[in-house]
Design a binder for this molecule. Structure first.
Ligand SMILES: [Zn+2]
Length: 174
C-alpha cells in the first residue's frame, strides 16, 4: 500500500469511527425520571429506616443534565460552596440511578449529621441508613476515594457513566 493511500484510509477510518460514535450518542434520549427499580429501593429504604426509628427525607433523586450544570456552577461561576464535582451527564442522578438522603428530626428539621444516634441503639443513625442502602444494592458515596458524597446512594446496574453517555440503559424489567 502506498503511503498516501494509508494516510487516506487512516483519516477515513477516524472519520467513520467519529460518525458512528456521534450516532451512538444521539440515538437514545436522556431519562426524564428516576429509574423504577431505584424508586422502589428508595421507598424500601425510607420504610426500613423508619422501622428502626430513623426518619429520612430524599433530598434528590432524578436530576436533569441542566439542573446538574446549575449545581456544578455553584461555588465556581456562581456564589456558594462547591456541592458537586461532576457536570451534566456525568452523574448517576442524571440517569435516575442515584438518590440523596438526609435525616429528618422530630421537630421537622433536616440534618446532615453523621454522628447523631436518636434511636439510641449505640449506632450512628446515618450509618444505619447507609447499611440498609447497601443491603438494598446501593453503592454509597461515602466509600469513594477523594471526594466523598455522604448523602449519596447510587445503583449503576454494571454501567459506567461513559456507557450511560453512549446511550446504554439498565434493563427495564427485572
Ligand atoms: Zn447524590
Amino acid at each position: 500500500m502506498k503511503f498516501k493511500t494509508f494516510v487516506f484510509m487512516a483519516i477515513l477510518f477516524v472519520l467513520l469511527y467519529w460518525i458512528i460514535d456521534e450516532m451512538r450518542r444521539k440515538n437514545v434520549p436522556m431519562p426524564t425520571e428516576v429509574n423504577p427499580i431505584v424508586a422502589e429501593k428508595r421507598d424500601q429504604l425510607i420504610q426500613r429506616a423508619a422501622q428502626k426509628g430513623i426518619n429520612i427525607v430524599i433530598t434528590d433523586d432524578f436530576r436533569s443534565a441542566e439542573e446538574q450544570d446549575k449545581l456544578y456552577a455553584r461555588g465556581r461561576t456562581d456564589k456558594g460552596t462547591i456541592v458537586t464535582h461532576v457536570e451534566g451527564g456525568e452523574s448517576y442522578h442524571n440517569y435516575g440511578l442515584a438518590i440523596d438522603f438526609a435525616l429528618l428530626l422530630k421537630d421537622g428539621t433536616v440534618v446532615w449529621d453523621l454522628k447523631r444516634d436518636d434511636n439510641k441503639n449505640g449506632k450512628s443513625d446515618w450509618m444505619e441508613v447507609v447499611t440498609i442502602g447497601k443491603e438494598l444494592g446501593f453503592e454509597w458515596g461515602g466509600d469513594w476515594y477523594g471526594f466523598k458524597d455522604y448523602p449519596h446512594l447510587e445503583m449503576d446496574f454494571g454501567l459506567s457513566i461513559r456507557e450511560l453517555q453512549y446511550g446504554e440503559r439498565p434493563p427495564v424489567n427485572e
